[in-house]
Design a protein. Structure first.
Length: 280
């Protein structure tokens, strides 16, 4: 089992010393990866399910934060949980992700993408909310095409993106995996068809989670793909028995987040978790 940790700027803040301290603590404790969530735009009344999101929540850009964290760490892998892929143009995003990977020495390895759940956010980004899933599918294809292309250039002619003989350099340092987040059957199918891993969120029952991971694996097998990773959220107070139960379900990675923003107590929580599971 691999263990990642998430940093939420609305909860922990956007102060550079706080981000740097968190990243260094996570690396010293032995966590595999550091990930950040994304919202590109909020608005009054925005809700995800029953939860209303105050419009003043400071969701900092995750890739900028990860680049900053990479500069103060040496080993910890970098990720998103999740990056809202339909709201980024993939030609621009390919360059940004490759740059973070190069500057971090090949550590941009846990990119997780989702399609977003806020119609107003889609409108603000100029995206049709109803087609965001198809747009995300195309964007994944474009990212991989650009990263694989050489000096002769690559071309693409899709529903949302079209270009001819385009070159995108620098390249990531090796294969840059793309994990797929989301709690819907569509997300599970996307993970199986196009993803290197599946990271479901949402308030699903154990049976719903089992069905969706089975769906992801079935779609992957039908597409001739294997090795699909399975990431789930966990808590810093979870027991070894909890982790063993997740492993029995096929989970390969658990991502946790501290329950306190106070630096001293947060470090203690992280260190206690690391000691319990023998990280480092």
């Amino acid at each position: 089992m691999k263990f990642g940790i998430s940093y939420s700027t609305p909860f922990f803040g956007v102060h550079p010393e706080t981000i740097a301290g968190f990243a260094r603590d996570a690396e010293e404790c032995g966590f595999e990866s550091l990930s950040l969530p994304e919202h590109v735009a909020l608005y009054p009344g925005a809700k995800i399910g029953p939860m209303e999101l105050p419009p003043s929540l400071p969701y900092a850009d995750p890739l900028e934060c990860l680049s900053f964290a990479a500069a103060v760490t040496d080993r910890i892998l970098l990720g998103t949980g999740v990056l809202l892929l339909p709201y980024h143009h993939p030609v621009v995003l390919a360059k940004r992700l490759a740059t973070v990977d190069v500057l971090s020495g090949g550590r941009m390895r846990l990119l997780t993408v989702g399609v977003g759940a806020l119609p107003g956010e889609a409108r603000a980004a100029g995206v049709d909310f109803a087609t965001r899933g198809r747009r995300a599918d195309e964007a994944i294809d474009v990212l991989r095409l650009l990263w694989a292309g050489g000096e002769e250039g690559v071309s693409f002619d899709g529903e949302f993106f079209s270009f001819e003989n385009v070159c995108s350099f620098p390249k990531p340092l090796g294969t840059l995996p793309i994990h797929v987040g989301g709690s819907s059957a569509a997300a599970a199918r996307r993970a199986g068809r196009r993803g290197d891993g599946y990271f479901p969120g949402g308030r699903l029952t154990p049976e719903e989670r089992r069905r969706q991971f089975d769906l992801a694996r079935t779609v992957a097998a039908e597409a001739g793909r294997d090795g699909l990773e399975y990431t789930r959220w966990g808590t810093l107070d979870m027991s070894t028995e909890d982790v063993e139960e997740l492993a029995a379900q096929g989970v390969t990675r658990v991502v946790v987040t501290p329950g306190t923003a106070e630096p001293g107590r947060r470090r203690e929580e992280m260190a206690a978790f690391a000691a319990r599971f023998g990280l480092g």
